[in-house]
Design a protein around this ligand. Structure first.
Ligand code: SF4
Length: 713
C-alpha cells in the first residue's frame, strides 16, 4: 500500500503546481503558478495527454476564482431579521446538527435529504453518500449528475453491463474514419477535444453532427442532420432500418457478440425513410449518406451528448444509438464504438461511488444484498442498518417541505435553484424547509435561501481525485492556500457526524485518508478503484478504471473481447419513438431547447464571477430564426418574454439562421428572470429519472424593446 500523504506535503501550496481545471469533464491539465508570489495564473499543461496544453476560455481564466472578492470566508447563519450574517464555525455546525437531530426525532431520518454534485471529488462524493446512510440514516441522497448523465448511464448499464462514458481514450477519436456526434456541441462545451476531431479530419475522416441547431460543432461537420427536438430516437431507428434494408449490418458480429437483435429488427420495421423524415425533419438522402458512411468505415464512432439524453425517453434514445452501433459491428473494435461525452467535472466518478439514491460505492447497488454486505463490512456496520433506495434528484427536490415530507436538506456544491427543471417550484420548496444548509465557496441562488452556509475549499485549494470523461482517474492538487476561515467539505462532514454520534466512522482529516477506505469499498465492484493509488496517478498521468490491483495496468479500452454482462455479450433493446412529454400545440406553438455557452459552466455560479467571462456573455439570449423573429416583430436585442405551462422568463433576442424555424434555444447559466429552467419540463425518464431539459412547448408572450439597463454594452 502506498503512502500518499507524504508525497502531497511536497506539492501542497507550491508556487507551481500541476492540477486540473475546475469545470467540465474534460478535466484539462493545468499548470498553476504564482509569479513573484502575486496572483495565481493558469496555463495549459502540455504534459497531460488529454488536452496537450490546450484550454478553453473558462480554463484560462479560472485563476480569477482564487482571491475573488465574492468568496465566502466565514460561516453564515440566517438572523431573525432574515439576513445571512457571519457566525462561528462551532455555532453553525451545532445549529445544523441540532436541526438534523430535531427533524429526525420528530419526523424520522427520511425527513432529511442530502444533495451532492458531479463537481465533488471522488473522496467527497463517497463520503457524502456514507454520511447520508450512516450519520443521518436517510435513503434520500441524490445529486445533480442525475440531471446530466443518468440516461447515458442507464443505457450503458442495460446494453453493456457497465457505465463508463467513453470506453476508450479520447485520442482514439483521431483514428476513427467516421464519427456521428448526436446532440453534442463539443466546439463550445469541450473546445480542447476538437484537437482530436481536427486530427481525425486531417487523417481523411468524416464528421456527422445531428443537432437542431447549426452549432459551432455542426459548422465543422461534413454532414449536418438538423433533427426536430425530441426526435433522436426515431432518427436512430430510421438509420438502423436503412442499414438492414441496404444489407449494411454485420451479421457475424451480431451473432457472436450480442443478444436480442431479432426483437430490434422487428421494432424498426416501421421506421421507413418517409416516416422518419416526417418525425425528424431529416431528408432521406441525408439518412442514407449517414448510415452508408458509418457502415463502410472500418472504425466508426457514435457519440452522444445531452441532446438525446436529457429527454423523458433519454435511456431509450441512447439505447437506439447503441443498437445502431452494435448492428453495424462497431463496438469494441479499434478507434470505433459507442460513447457518451460526460458533462460535469467529476460527472463520471460522481456517479460511481454512492451519491445516487440507488447506489453504493464501486457502482454497487443499494438494493442488492451482496453489495450491501460488502460496503457494510468496510464501514463496520450491520448491512440491515443501511437505508434502502431513496428518491431521485428531481423527486427529492419536489418533496421538500412539510407536504413533501423532507424537511431538512444539506446541499454540497450544487446550485439547485438554477439547475433544476421547473425551478420556480424548487425555489418555493427550498423556502418551505425547516432547515437548509449549503456547503459552497461562493453564494448563489440556492444559498440565498439557506439557514446556514459553510464556506469550503474550492478546486485549487484541495486534494482529491476526479475521474474524467474517459474513465481516467486523475489527481486534483492543492496549489493555493485557502483563505483563513475556510474549511474542507471533509471537515464539515466529520464535524457534523461527530455531533450526530457517528464520529468514529468519519475520522478523516484529508482526502488521501478517505481514498484508502474508498479503495476498499470499491474493491470487486464494477467501478473498481482498488488498484489505484495517488502515486500511480502521478506516475502514469492517470489510471483508467476498472483497476482491481496495484499491479493491474488499468483499463483504457473496454469491450475488445467481452462486454460486462455475465454472458460477455452486449444486449440489444427494442425501443420505439414516442412524443416528448410536451409537444408544441395551439397554445404553446414552439419548441424550447436549452444548452450552454462556451464562456459559462452549468448554473454559472462560478463563471458569472469571472470578469472576462461575464463581459463576454453578460446575459442569456434566446436564439430564434429570422423568419420566426419577423413573424413576432422581434429584432436582435428585443426582449422576448417566453412562457411555458410552468413559468415565464425574459431574454434578449438573438436572431440567427443557425436554429430551426420552430425552435428557440436558450442557455441555462443564469438565475432570476433570465433562468430558462423556470420554463423547462420536469417530465422524467422512467428508468434514469432524467428530466426533459431539451424539449418543452413554449410561446412568446410578448416582445418589447430593451430598457436602458437591458441594452447590451
Ligand atoms: Fe478544459 Fe473543460 Fe476546463 Fe474548458 S472547462 S479548460 S474544456 S476542463
Amino acid at each position: 500500500m502506498s503512502a500518499p500523504v507524504a508525497s502531497l506535503a511536497v506539492l501542497s501550496h507550491a508556487a507551481r503546481c500541476r492540477t486540473h481545471c475546475p469545470y467540465c469533464a474534460y478535466q484539462c491539465g493545468v499548470v498553476m503558478s504564482q509569479p513573484g508570489g502575486g496572483a495565481w495564473t493558469v496555463a495549459g499543461d502540455p504534459q497531460f495527454p488529454v488536452n496537450n496544453g490546450q484550454l478553453c476560455i473558462k480554463g484560462w481564466t479560472a485563476a480569477e476564482l482564487l482571491g475573488n472578492p465574492e468568496r465566502v470566508t466565514t460561516p453564515l447563519m440566517r438572523t431573525t431579521a432574515g439576513k445571512l450574517a457571519p457566525a462561528a464555525w462551532g455555532e453553525a455546525l451545532d445549529f445544523v446538527a441540532d436541526g438534523i437531530r430535531r427533524i429526525r426525532a420528530e419526523h424520522g431520518p427520511e425527513a432529511v435529504g442530502l444533495f451532492g454534485s458531479g463537481a465533488l471529488t471522488n473522496e467527497k462524493a463517497y463520503l457524502l453518500g456514507k454520511f447520508a446512510r450512516l450519520a443521518v440514516g436517510t435513503p434520500h441522497m441524490d445529486y445533480n449528475g442525475r440531471f446530466c448523465m443518468s440516461s447515458a448511464a442507464g443505457a450503458g448499464n442495460k446494453a453493456f453491463g457497465i457505465d463508463r462514458g467513453l470506453p476508450f481514450p479520447v485520442s482514439d477519436i483521431a483514428d476513427a474514419e467516421v464519427i456521428l456526434l448526436v446532440g453534442a456541441n463539443s466546439a463550445d462545451t469541450l473546445p480542447p477535444i476538437m484537437q482530436w476531431f481536427d486530427r481525425q479530419k486531417a487523417n481523411g475522416g468524416r464528421l456527422i453532427v445531428a443537432d437542431p441547431r447549426r452549432s459551432a460543432t455542426a459548422r465543422t461537420a461534413d454532414l449536418h442532420l438538423p433533427v426536430t427536438p425530441g426526435s433522436d430516437l426515431a432518427l436512430a431507428n430510421g438509420l438502423l432500418f436503412l442499414a438492414i434494408e441496404e444489407r449494411l449490418i454485420d451479421e457475424a458480429y451480431i451473432a457472436s457478440r450480442t443478444v436480442g437483435f431479432d426483437a430490434v429488427r422487428s421494432a424498426v420495421l416501421t421506421y421507413d425513410p418517409p416516416r422518419v423524415e416526417r418525425i425528424t425533419g431529416v431528408r432521406e438522402a441525408a439518412l442514407r449518406t449517414c448510415v452508408r458512411w458509418l457502415a463502410e468505415a472500418e472504425g466508426a464512432m457514435i457519440l452522444t451528448g445531452r441532446g438525446p439524453e436529457q429527454q423523458s425517453k433519454g435511456v431509450d434514445t441512447v439505447l437506439a444509438f447503441i443498437n445502431l452501433a452494435l448492428a453495424l459491428g462497431k463496438v469494441g473494435r479499434p478507434a470505433s464504438g459507442f460513447g457518451t461525452l460526460t458533462g460535469q467535472g467529476n460527472g463520471q466518478g460522481g456517479r460511481e461511488h454512492g451519491q445516487k439514491a440507488d447506489q453504493l460505492p464501486g457502482y454497487r447497488l443499494i438494493e442488492v444484498d451482496a453489495h450491501r454486505a460488502h460496503v457494510a463490512k468496510v464501514w463496520g456496520v450491520d448491512p440491515a442498518s443501511l437505508p434502502r433506495k431513496g428518491k431521485s434528484a428531481y423527486e427529492l427536490l419536489d418533496s421538500l417541505g412539510p407536504d413533501g415530507g423532507i424537511r431538512g436538506l444539506l446541499v454540497m456544491g450544487s446550485n439547485v435553484a438554477v439547475a433544476s427543471p421547473h425551478a420556480g417550484n424548487i425555489i418555493n420548496r427550498l423556502k418551505s424547509l425547516d432547515l437548509l444548509a449549503v456547503c459552497d465557496a461562493f453564494l448563489n441562488e440556492t444559498s440565498a435561501e439557506a439557514d446556514v452556509v459553510f464556506p469550503v475549499y474550492q478546486w485549487a485549494e484541495e486534494e482529491g481525485t476526479m475521474t474524467n470523461l474517459e474513465g481516467r482517474v486523475i489527481r486534483r492538487r492543492a496549489a493555493a492556500a485557502s483563505p483563513p476561515g475556510v474549511r474542507g467539505d471533509i471537515d464539515v462532514l466529520r464535524e457534523l457526524a461527530t455531533r450526530l454520534g457517528a464520529g468514529d466512522k468519519f475520522a478523516f482529516h484529508s482526502a488521501p485518508e478517505v481514498f484508502e477506505e474508498f479503495r476498499r469499498a470499491t474493491a470487486g465492484g464494477t467501478a473498481d478503484y482498488s488498484g489505484i493509488t495517488y502515486d500511480r496517478i502521478d506516475r502514469e498521468e492517470g489510471v483508467f478504471w476498472p483497476c482491481p490491483a496495484e499491479d493491474h495496468p488499468g483499463t483504457p479500452r473496454l469491450f475488445a473481447e467481452r462486454f460486462h454482462h455475465a454472458d460477455g455479450k452486449a444486449k440489444f433493446h427494442a425501443v420505439t419513438h414516442r412524443p416528448a412529454g410536451e409537444e408544441p400545440d395551439a397554445d404553446y406553438p414552439l419548441y424550447l431547447t436549452t444548452g450552454r455557452y462556451k464562456e459559462h459552466y452549468n448554473s454559472g455560479a462560478q463563471t458569472r464571477l469571472v470578469s472576462t467571462l461575464a463581459a463576454a456573455q453578460p446575459r442569456p439570449r434566446a436564439q430564434l430564426h429570422p423568419h420566426l423573429a419577423a413573424r413576432l416583430g422581434a429584432e436582435r436585442g428585443s426582449v422576448l418574454v417566453l412562457e411555458t405551462r410552468r413559468g415565464r422568463a425574459e431574454f434578449a433576442a438573438d436572431v440567427s439562421h443557425d436554429v430551426r424555424q420552430d425552435t428557440i434555444f436558450v442557455p441555462f447559466h443564469w438565475g432570476g428572470r433570465g433562468a430558462v429552467n423556470l420554463l423547462t419540463n420536469p417530465a422524467l425518464d422512467p428508468t434514469s429519472r432524467m428530466p426533459e431539459y431539451k424539449v418543452a412547448a413554449v410561446r412568446v408572450a410578448a416582445v418589447r424593446p430593451p430598457t436602458d439597463q437591458e441594452v447590451p454594452a
